[in-house]
Ligand binder design. Structure first.
Ligand code: FES
Length: 267
């Protein structure tokens, strides 16, 4: 008897669920729609900026999409290691791109928004079968921790570029002078935002506090883990603002290089 009572509402709910995508009445679709808009804009802009291979350097500013610049054909080589005929951005962008693509937060965001898997809580899944991340190609999401190492190296170079953004050429000579412009602040902010994003990563948190039986017996690592855990609470926020920040930084350098804007010098 009690089994019968339980079955009636369950069956009715399931029937409704199959007719409409969800019983939710709120604007649940706004978040996935915004995610699709933002990520598509970022992918299109980054791909274009990486392939166009011009206007990525204006002394002393180097676009983050081309840093470190490792090719002999760079406008401003960091290390001229490779004789590479194509855009130098292609030599390094795989690291930050792979890092973002396999990020635990972005995975949730794009599984929901692009693959409707599911698009939101209590909304029907767009797929009949769920295989998780146990098969090709999603199995490669496990490479995230390795991308973290490569992306961290890139972030170190971005700090180096930010420091070099204080070194301005003296017009009409080969000398350089110490200075600061809006571009210096833009590059500094970009390096800071990408550091916050990278060091709030779940893999970084595991690196600090994982693999130990008793974390409290390693006070140094415990402290580090606590600090990274604090950052980790805001990982989603850092993911978005660093994404927008890196795009703005490239755009700033590009517009300067094209002569559309001028850099305001503070000293
Ligand atoms: S979890 Fe997002 S970058 Fe590692």
């Amino acid at each position: 008897m009690s089994e019968q009572v339980a079955t009636v509402p369950t069956t009715r709910a399931r029937g409704l669920y199959q007719q409409v995508a969800t019983l939710r009445k709120d604007a649940w679709w706004v978040e996935p729609a915004l995610t699709v808009t933002m990520l598509t804009t970022f992918i299109v802009y980054t791909t274009w900026a990486a392939l166009v291979n011009v206007h990525y350097f204006v002394d002393p500013y180097l676009s983050p999409f081309y840093s470190p610049c490792l090719s002999t054909n760079c406008a401003h080589p960091t290390f001229a290691l490779f004789n590479w005929p194509l855009s130098p951005a292609m030599l390094i962008l795989w690291a930050p791109a792979g890092f973002r693509l396999t990020c635990y937060y972005y995975r949730k965001a794009y599984y929901r928004s692009f693959w409707l898997s599911p698009p939101a809580c209590a909304v029907r899944d767009g797929h009949k079968v769920y295989s998780g991340e146990t098969r090709f190609p999603l199995l490669f999401q496990n490479l995230h921790r390795y991308f973290f190492y490569f992306a961290t190296i890139v972030v170190l170079f971005l700090w180096w570029d930010a420091l070099k953004a204080f070194r301005f050429p003296v017009p009409g000579s080969h000398a350089y002078t110490f200075g600061m412009g809006v571009g210096t602040l833009v590059l500094l902010a970009n390096a800071a935002l990408l550091s916050l994003y990278s060091f709030s990563c779940h893999s970084c948190r595991h690196l600090c506090g994982g693999g130990l039986d008793v974390l409290s017996r390693s006070p140094g690592r415990l402290k580090l883990w606590q600090k990274v855990s604090r950052l980790n609470e805001n990982h989603m926020l850092f993911a978005w603002i660093s994404l927008i920040g890196v795009m703005i930084t490239d755009l700033y350098v590009r517009l300067l290089s094209m002569g559309y804007i001028t850099d305001l010098r503070f000293f």
